[in-house]
Design a protein around this ligand. Structure first.
Ligand code: DNO
Length: 350
């Protein structure tokens, strides 16, 4: 397991120097944030970013994300040219020594939370999901945009996109994803770059839009559709774990054994029971005891089944007065990294 840290590029207040001082850190996970979705990432820009990272004593072996254009997800006639661009980006990243590309296939929106600064009992704040608030969102009347997304839309653009997605259900979306992977995976094999799809967060359909990377059954379908070790996943515990039907320990073991887990996003969440039974959870410190997920069990299952991928501590709270980008401040993620590192050492030596 290689420990990495997400870095939002030169404007990230969490600088490379700080990341380097976290024990066990080997590299950062980042992206070229200035290139519009759909365009080719040119080699000189990739190499310049890599140099900046290497000069700080860190590696750049994982990209999160190369976003997939909506026309590809919609399966429109514009998709082939956009997939050609995506392929050229894979080739350029491979030439620069990148090993894993994290991406997602969620229509329109990336991760969704209802609160960015939910105050917990110890005075820290974190991201939370309250089904009541989500149910109250009307996208006809309001727009939705969260920090950390690769794209955001004006109200009119959003309206147009939502309209076009009316003809795309879960089956159609999976078909479009299979088409996309069918074209790119042979290139990944050639360039030795592994694709690691990020599960849908949360893992159910929202605002009438389909979401398909949600469960063991769906991930099995995805793997069968394009059967190559280069077609893998980012095991994001907080995303899949939001659906209590997902047995994360089992999934971690099974997919690690298949050699399909290329990247681990380790995050814990805590479910809070509501009187009316509606879902509420907030993100929690990474250790098992602090949340509802068995982080130890997941790491053990990965270890015992030969996991050799990259890991990063996912979403941290804002603690010690830090006012960081939601989920991506320094302190709590650094604590998470050392916890995960220690857990891995103990499991490996036991
Ligand atoms: C949220 C992240 C996601 C992830 C993308 C991958 O914090 O885990 O935004 O980067 O879904 O494409």
């Amino acid at each position: 397991m290689k420990m990495t840290f997400r870095w939002y590029g030169p404007n990230d207040p969490v600088t490379l120097d700080k990341i380097r001082q976290i024990p066990g850190m080997t590299g950062v996970v980042t992206a070229l944030y200035t290139i519009p979705v759909g365009e080719v990432w040119d080699l000189p820009s990739i190499l310049a970013l890599k140099k900046q990272i290497n000069d700080a004593g860190l590696e750049m072996e994982v990209i999160e994300s190369v976003p997939v254009h909506e026309e590809i997800k919609l399966g429109s006639e514009k998709r082939d040219a956009l997939i050609d661009n995506y392929i050229q980006t894979i080739r350029n990243l491979g030439a620069a020594g990148v090993k894993v590309i994290c991406y997602n296939f969620m229509p329109v929106f990336d991760w969704v939370r209802s609160e960015l600064k939910f105050r917990t009992a110890d005075g820290s704040n974190c991201l939370a999901y309250d089904q009541h608030t989500i149910d109250g969102i009307n996208l006809e009347k309001q727009s939705l945009s969260l920090p950390g997304w690769d794209e955001s839309y004006t109200r009119d653009q959003l309206k147009g996109l939502l309209e076009r997605y009316k003809s795309v259900d879960g089956e159609k979306l999976l078909e479009n994803m299979t088409y996309f992977l069918g074209r790119i995976i042979p290139v990944c094999e050639e360039c030795d770059v592994r694709m690691a799809v990020h599960p849908d967060d949360p893992p159910w359909s929202l605002f009438g839009l389909p979401r398909i990377i949600t469960s063991e059954e769906q991930i099995d379908r995805l793997f069968a559709a394009v059967d190559s070790p280069y077609n893998g996943i980012t095991l994001c515990t907080g995303s899949l774990g939001a659906d209590r039907h997902n047995d994360l320990v089992r999934m971690a073991g099974k997919y690690a054994k298949m050699g399909r887990v290329h990247f681990l996003h380790a995050r814990n969440i805590r479910f809070v029971e509501q009187e009316d039974g509606k879902l509420f959870f907030h993100e929690s410190p990474h250790p098992t005891a602090c949340g509802s997920l068995d982080i130890y069990g997941i790491l053990k299952a990965l270890h015992d089944n030969g996991f050799e991928g990259y890991t990063r501590p996912d979403h941290g709270r804002n603690i010690w007065g830090e006012d960081g980008k939601p989920g991506y401040g320094l302190y709590d993620r650094a604590l998470g990294a050392t916890y995960l590192y220690g857990l891995w050492e103990a499991i490996s030596k036991a």
